[in-house]
Design a protein around this ligand. Sequence first.
Ligand code: G
Ligand code: G
Ligand code: NA
Ligand code: MN
Length: 249
Amino acid sequence: NQLEADLQVAARERGFALAYQPIVSLETGRVGGFEALMRWPHPTRGMVSPAEFIPLAEETGLIVQMGDWALREACAEAAAWPSDLRLAVNVSAVQFERAGLERSVVEALESSGLAPSRLELEITESVLMQDAVGVVSALMRLRALGVRIALDDFGTGYSSLSYLRRFPFNKIKIDRSFITEIEDPEVAEIVRAIVGLGQRSGASITAEGVETARQLEAVRALGCTEVQGFHFSGPLAPAAARDFIATDL
Ligand code: G
Ligand code: G
Ligand code: NA
Ligand code: MN
């Protein structure tokens, strides 16, 4: 398969880029950090979507070296931001299956000088669906380093609520599909319940995919503490992300 062969080359030659999407704190009204999102500028196909290449990278195991690169690259970039800003990096279930994730995180932090408390790893429920004991202890060791752990795309899986009991997440990111329908009172009630669960477990709550001022006001009223979405900004190239920090919202 040609795409797979190309991905192999890109992984070897580090032919990827990172885009950074602002996450806005509703407590301060300012940017609180950025989520790093991988991009693949393909030599002939143009920009290939992560929706296409991340699953392929997971199937082939290439995600391990790609993920290591993303951690190092993103930590180095974030070290240049003001020190109150955080960096979120997505970590795939496949990276947890292989040994070495903890070492990669430590190396990315040490080589960049980024304080561990500024790094947040975003995992999805698929991470917790694997061998629960091994994964939970790996997450605990990462937390012991001072790194924060966020549960991404919350509400889309088969048994979201049960995962909240397995591990003390620092953050819950409510999936975009709920925010899209937030003006439906039943959906708003679900989001209110998620916010309550988060507050009781000490997790902050991010609303993903906020695209309109009405959605922003709705999630604010429901108690979300952070928002991410096109209303403020989509993912930005590194220099544009630095400019965004200086912008008044
Ligand atoms: O950037 P975009 O919204 O197109 O991303 C699509 C999907 O790809 C998202 O679900 C996102 O979590 C995933 N993704 C983007 N970058 C990374 C990455 O560096 N590692 C992993 N594991 N997933 C990523
Ligand atoms: O699964 P994850 O949450 O990591 O996916 C992030 C993806 O969501 C990125 O690819 C990003 O481009 C996309 N995204 C971010 N904000 C919005 C938004 O407001 N609307 C839509 N449709 N997509 C968004
Ligand atoms: Na994510
Ligand atoms: Mn997400």
